[in-house]
Design a protein around this ligand. Structure first.
Ligand code: MN
Length: 191
């Protein structure tokens, strides 16, 4: 799903989410995780590629435990500027609810899948995250296409490395309950 889909799904007269301009020029790849308290709380995992943010909705959020596989439903590409969005999407609008910038930084594909477009098409990508909260090696593996191929299912998994945490009682999403940029809580953003 493209940026055109992104725009079709939203009324920019009503929501403060960015409309998005032209595709951004190539440079360091950004990544962002946004906690989104919509109909169901989820974490939006976004990787910059080819001038847009490739996007997955992760209902349970990322886990640092390599034995934990987290469902990540691929959704429409978002504009690069969305990576700076924190605020409230009005009730009744698409994705209505509070959005918090939970983590951000840069990412890079492993040398074995340096051709990111090809890795995404193949449905298997290994990459490094350089965030404030998420670091080290990660995998995204596609497990299923939906009918029509619009919302494929992937799994998001942590690699076993020095940033992994096996069997932690409290997940990384619970450990960090505040915005990575403004230090606000979800309540603070909503109010
Ligand atoms: Mn969302």
């Amino acid at each position: 799903m493209s940026l055109r889909d992104y725009r079709k799904m939203r009324d920019f007269a009503k929501t403060a989410e960015p409309r998005g301009g032209k595709r951004a020029a190539a440079r360091a790849r950004r990544f962002v995780v946004q906690e989104h308290d919509a109909t169901q709380l989820h974490y939006d995992f976004r990787l910059e590629h080819d001038g847009v943010l490739k996007s997955w909705a992760v209902p349970k959020g990322p886990s640092l435990d390599p034995s934990v596989k987290r469902l990540a439903v691929q959704v429409e590409d978002h504009p690069i500027e969305y990576g700076g969005f924190e605020g409230v999407i009005p009730k009744g609008e698409y994705g209505g609810g509070t959005v918090m910038l939970w983590d951000r930084g840069t990412w890079e594909p492993e040398a074995s899948n340096a051709d990111v477009g090809r890795a995404l098409r193949a449905g298997r990508m290994k990459f490094q995250l350089h965030g404030a909260r998420l670091k080290g090696g990660w995998f995204l593996v596609r497990t299923r296409y939906d009918k029509g191929g619009k919302k494929p299912s992937w799994l998001l998994m942590k690699e076993r490395d020095r940033y992994a945490k096996t069997g932690e009682a409290e997940g990384v999403t619970a450990r960090y309950a505040r915005s990575v940029t403004t230090r606000r809580t979800m309540k603070g953003i909503a109010g």
